[in-house]
Ligand binder design. Sequence first.
Ligand code: DGL
Length: 270
Amino acid sequence: MDNRPIGVFDSGLGGLTAVKELKRVLPNESIIYFGDTGRIPYGTRSRETIIKYAKQDMKFLMQYNVKAIVAACGTVSSTASKIGNALPVPYIDVIGPTAKAAAEATKTGRIGVLGTSATINSGSFYNALKQINRDFEVFTEPCPLFVNLVENGFVSPGDEVTQLAAQRYLAAMKADDVDTIILGCTHFPIIKWAIGAAVGEKVKLIDSGRETARHLAKVLEEKNLLAQDNAEPEYRYCVSDSVQGFRNVAELFLGGAIDGDIVRIDIERY
Ligand code: DGL
């Protein structure tokens, strides 16, 4: 048993989709979240910059004596795939658990992958899917604009701007007749309604934040790192830009009230 917190990070708010699921599957676990809202987006930046940022994010979280770190960010997971190797605690990223869930969900073997430009260019999900089954046909589409739409709150079902962007991004994938789509960026589940409407409701959408949270639950159990059943969880949310900006949108991601302190930190110090 281990009551230390779990550290979760993302370039912004998207990783909260993983936090939401973590809270559901592991209700006794304390979580410290870092969203790099001052430096988002990561997905359009160079590999060197993404790795530098991710290292700083992890260094910040490690000072809280976390028992595991979750890169709840498709971009970091894709670009800095080995970054967790040097950590003294388990490190989980979104690629493996999400690819596995998609492989289990597909019936036709035609799988789409949506993500940031960095994620799609890295080939991370493509390679992971092909490794599971080389007969899978994998279709990819970078959707960088989705990140900005979500961070800026264009998320209400029916929002015309988001709907148009989804139609544009998803047109080719719809024609390719995929039956499963990986939401390879943790921001995208928030606009699932638009993605689903653009490709048709029958297509299964795989939420990378959710799958990663479920995988972490298994890892903690296997390593005997779960918190005690009666542990009172504490949540802390840290951001590198305005606290108010975070407050405005975070509830949507968490699917409920913000239940912890929100603190602004200077990530450049790490
Ligand atoms: N949530 C990040 C991801 O999963 C957002 C991308 C970004 O910062 O561009 O890729």
